[in-house]
Design a protein around this ligand. Structure first.
Ligand code: TRP
Length: 456
């Protein structure tokens, strides 16, 4: 594909919101709260923010540099910037990671559709927390319903990808992101005003640093990469659609701030409510699907119409936030097959949808009918999450940092961050230092510790 044919995002705000649209998704609202809940709340959040600053943002800038200087899909980008070397494998593994993530991410995205439908049918009305726990368990372990929704969700993603997405993603993100934000703030207010919610606020804001351990750090790092859409060439691909004038450092900072803010708001929405109704914060992947419908009922019990509208709005927005993320995951793999194997875009998209549907089918069944098939105590759904978020994303992130920090000509990075010397890049040295030393060493140390070779 010639560079002249590459589509571009139209405006500065559009670029930020489209990248933020990829970043903000189920990772913030579904995954962040249960990871934080599993690892002690406030302590996790502090380590998470450190990971965003020291590892996430520099790697995001590195992906932007690679994408915008190569103007190609991720695998091709590494190949272009480092011809005839093994670096192309980093790009290829990134693409594979995208496929695996989409395989289980789309399952959860499908759940949001089921909950949207339940909201439309007003099925939450007057129900108690036991009901929500039970109905989530019955639904997620069912062999058919989640798979039908998985299919519908992937088909929707497929449809948008085939149509071409730049204008679509950009336009949709401009409306959806602010709407999601306003709704989240409203829900936080409801959640903290429930009786008994103080314990949840305390859980989120009062750190206990003695709880920091290797597992927590690995989880926080994995979450940082997952939430910022790093480590699989997503933002690298998006950066290849940026304009020559886009300020890469500023864009990365804006995306990082928006993403972290949304995650913390999601925490503030869920934990006070979870504590108020007596649900354990470490309930795992089911957390938001159980607590939230409950919040709507408890908070607006006497105004059923408000309960109805807010639960409907919430699940619609959650589904749409998931959609902007599944589109970005799908786009990476589709662009790869399209450009590298000369598939038409339509055929490439079909292959991706089919493969992800198959992975999704098994990961959905692994929560119910196939739950006895496990590896190391994890079923397929948990295994894919573990393998991608805790291992593959940080590893690809580490190599991306090494690539820009050590391999790539500094002149390229400088001209990318200064737009050919036309803007200032006061953070250049800091970013390069983090990419050269802090990110690779930090990630390597965490892994070595996890493998049990180092005891700290
Ligand atoms: N960041 C998205 C979320 O938080 C998920 C996602 C989209 C993603 N693209 C990605 C995760 C690339 C890792 C890599 O929901």
């Amino acid at each position: 594909m010639g560079n002249k044919n590459r589509s571009n995002f139209g405006s500065r705000v559009g670029i930020i919101l489209a990248s933020a649209g990829s970043a903000v998704g189920l990772g913030n609202i579904w995954r962040f709260p249960f990871e934080a809940g599993n690892h002690g709340g406030a302590t996790f959040i502090i380590v998470y923010i450190i990971c965003i600053l020291l590892l996430g943002l520099p790697v995001m800038i590195a992906e932007f540099i690679i994408g915008r200087s190569a103007l190609a899909n991720t695998a091709r980008a590494f190949q272009k910037l480092a011809p005839r070397t093994a670096w192309k494998w980093v790009g290829r593994i990134a693409v594979l990671t995208g496929c695996l993530i989409l395989g289980y991410y789309a399952v959860v995205a499908g759940w949001t559709l089921e909950y949207t439908m339940q909201a439309v049918l007003n099925n939450f009305d007057g129900k108690q927390s036991e009901h929500f726990i039970q109905s989530f368990n019955t639904f997620s372990t069912n062999s058919w319903r989640p798979i039908i929704w998985l299919f519908v969700f992937l088909l929707g993603t497929h449809f948008i990808i085939v149509k071409g997405v730049e204008k679509g993603i950009e336009r949709a993100s401009k409306i959806l992101m602010p709407a999601l934000f306003i709704l989240l703030v409203a829900l936080v207010i409801c959640s903290v005003s429930l009786p008994g919610s103080e314990k949840g606020v305390e859980f989120l804001l009062k750190p206990n640093l003695s709880k920091v351990n290797g597992n927590l750090i690995l989880a926080a790092m994995g979450q940082a990469f997952f939430s910022l859409s790093l480590g699989m060439g997503c933002l690298c691909t998006y950066a290849s659609y940026f304009g020559a004038k886009t300020n890469l450092t500023q864009t990365a900072l804006s995306v990082g701030v928006i993403d972290t803010f949304v995650a913390i708001l999601a925490g503030l929405m869920i934990f006070p409510a979870a504590f108020a109704v007596g649900i354990q914060p470490d309930a795992g992947p089911s957390l938001i699907f159980i607590t939230l419908p409950n919040v709507f009922q408890q908070a607006f019990g006497s105004y059923p119409i408000i309960a109805y509208i807010s639960s409907l709005l919430f699940y619609v927005l959650l589904a749409l936030a998931a959609l902007t993320s599944t589109i970005s995951l799908h786009e990476v793999v589709t662009a790869y097959l399209h450009e590298e194997f000369n598939f038409s875009r339509g055929k490439a998209a079909k292959v991706v949808t089919f493969v992800c549907l198959t992975i999704g089918l098994f990961s959905s069944l692994s929560l119910g009918a196939l739950k006895n098939i496990t590896l190391g105590g994890l079923n397929l759904f948990e295994g894919l999450d573990f393998l991608t978020a805790k291992i593959m994303l940080p590893l690809v992130g580490m190599f991306t940092a090494i690539f820009v920090g050590w391999y790539l000509d500094k002149k390229i990075s400088w001209s990318q961050l200064t737009n050919n010397n036309s803007i200032k890049a006061p953070l250049f040295k800091v970013v390069l230092f983090l990419l050269k030393f802090v990110a690779p060493l930090g990630i390597a140390l965490i892994f070595i510790h996890e493998l049990g070779l180092l005891n700290i």
